[in-house]
Design a protein around this ligand. Structure first.
Ligand code: NAG
Ligand code: NAG
Ligand code: NAG
Ligand code: NAG
Length: 424
């Protein structure tokens, strides 16, 4: 990602203000009331979207595109990073509370250790995550599998008043036995963790693995084929809280990162009923179906399509970077596909809801947050790609940004985790 010094584009912004709000006196009055009545924490940056509806110089696609980080006029990169909670809509204050904090808790020079599968395990108050399975800098993929790692939330809590606590939080390897090969997405599953494995070469098929989150980290393969055919590369997995079924995305990222053979299945979303063993397809028509989650009551499914990201083969700016919304019907099938949000910059990858049904996705500059109507409420800005993140109970979040790991404190909490639900 590059940070253009004054780069911007306004052509995709739509003015949605009513005409009365555009009257200048009211405009300044609302700015003033925001400045004087809102208790704004020291890490909070209010952004008025009207400040960039019209720019002096709208840069061409060669300088401002889906891989460029956009900062509104007058906001420097330094300010954007020092006040990482960017408020695009006042409703974001209810999510972040009076004094949100962001702390860098670990960093690596080049190894993308902090990538995906961010998942909280309440009994030990630990958060698990995985190394990037496809990145050249990780040396993983075809040569060797990536690794699973974990941190203690007690250690993260203890440093949350610091901005940079690198070295003060232990990042511990988790030696799954047998190993989870090229793990990517994960979630809580019946008191254990379930991982989507991307596979390795032609010999090791992508699979769903269940791992015991406590020593000896024993694993069991739950599913590794579709009627005898290898999946492309399983990417993410989510449990529907209403029917307990396992939903997962399958996409060609192993192939697009040169560690899987050419695909033989469409990129699509599957449903697995672990009681009957039935595997069905609930949605297709995506370019690169990636992150997957459900609303807190399980009635809505969200799928992030990272269509633009071809990884080793480039970035296609005319392809989707879009979150789609589906109705989950009583029988577990999906209907009513609609475009929920087109995310920028980068691509929307990991996706999770909070208890109020707001939708969060890791994108090219951090974590973006939308309300259930798809209105952008705010961002947790880290100035780089955050492929995944997750809530860790009330007021806590862990954000994976490849070579950097962050801990955030805020007001809201994640949608109830599946391990807290009765087995269905
Ligand atoms: C996108 O914009 C960046 C600057 O932010 C530039 O370096 C890059 O080359 C652009 N990409 C394309 C395909 O033009
Ligand atoms: C954070 O602290 C570490 C260790 O002191 C240092 O190497 C690193 O440069 C710091 N990072 C930032 C972003 O300040
Ligand atoms: C791990 O082993 C324990 C004890 O045998 C068993 O109860 C548990 O189901 C196993 N978990 C997995 C994921 O294999
Ligand atoms: C980008 O994607 C569109 C459709 O999604 C396709 O028509 C076009 O050829 C792609 N461009 C490149 C450069 O791959």
């Amino acid at each position: 990602m590059l940070l253009p010094s004054s780069g911007a584009w306004a052509d995709t912004c739509k003015a949605d203000n009513s005409s009365s709000e555009m009257l200048l006196p009211l405009f300044f009055a609302s700015l003033a009331s925001m400045a004087y009545t809102q208790a704004v924490g020291s890490q909070v940056l209010p952004i008025d979207q009207r400040s960039f509806n019209v720019l002096d110089n709208v840069l061409p696609p060669s300088l401002s595109n889906g891989t460029s980080i956009f900062l509104p006029p007058g906001i420097t990169e330094e300010e954007a990073l020092s006040k990482p909670f960017h408020v695009y809509d006042d409703a974001f204050y209810d999510i972040i509370g009076d004094n949100p904090t962001l702390t860098l808790i670990a960093s690596e020079a080049t190894d993308p250790l902090f990538h995906e599968a961010v998942v909280w395990y309440p009994p030990t108050d630990e958060v698990f995550f995985v190394q990037n399975a496809g990145a050249k800098a990780a040396g993983t993929g075809l040569e060797k599998s990536n690794v699973i790692l974990k941190i203690s939330l007690a250690q993260a809590d203890a440093v949350s008043s610091m901005r940079n606590a690198t070295g003060l939080v232990d990042v511990l390897p988790v030696d799954a036995d047998p190993p989870v090969i090229n793990s990517n997405g994960a979630t809580n599953y019946r008191g254990q963790l379930i991982f989507a494995g991307e596979g390795q070469g032609a010999a090791i098929a992508p699979a769903l693995y269940v791992m015991n989150p406590e020593k000896p980290y024993n694993t069991t393969v739950l599913l590794n084929n579709f009627f005898g055919r290898q999946f492309n590369s399983l990417n993410d997995v989510s449990i529907n809280p209403r029917n307990g079924n396992i939903y997962f995305t399958d996409v060609t990222y192993g192939y697009l990162q040169d560690f899987r053979p050419p695909p033989a299945l469409p990129n699509q979303v599957y449903q697995f009923n672990p009681s009957t063993g039935a595997v069905t397809v609930v949605a297709d028509g995506f370019e690169h179906p990636n992150g997957l989650t459900f609303s807190p009551d399980g009635s809505i499914a969200y799928v992030a399509d990272t269509g633009a990201a071809y990884v080793f083969y480039g970035y296609n700016g005319t392809s989707p970077t879009t979150i789609y919304h589906f109705t989950v019907d009583e029988d577990g099938t999906w209907s009513n596909r609609k475009t929920f949000a087109y995310a920028t910059p980068g691509v929307p990858d990991g996706i999770h809801c909070d208890i109020d049904g707001n939708v969060y996705a890791g994108v090219g500059d951090g974590v973006s947050v939308w309300n259930p109507s798809g209105t952008l409420l705010g961002k947790i800005f880290v100035g780089a790609t955050a492929a995944n993140f997750n809530f860790a109970g009330r007021g806590r979040m862990v954000i994976c940004a490849e070579t950097k790991l962050y801990y955030a404190t805020l007001k809201t909490e994640g949608a109830v985790v599946a391990s807290e639900m009765p087995d269905v």
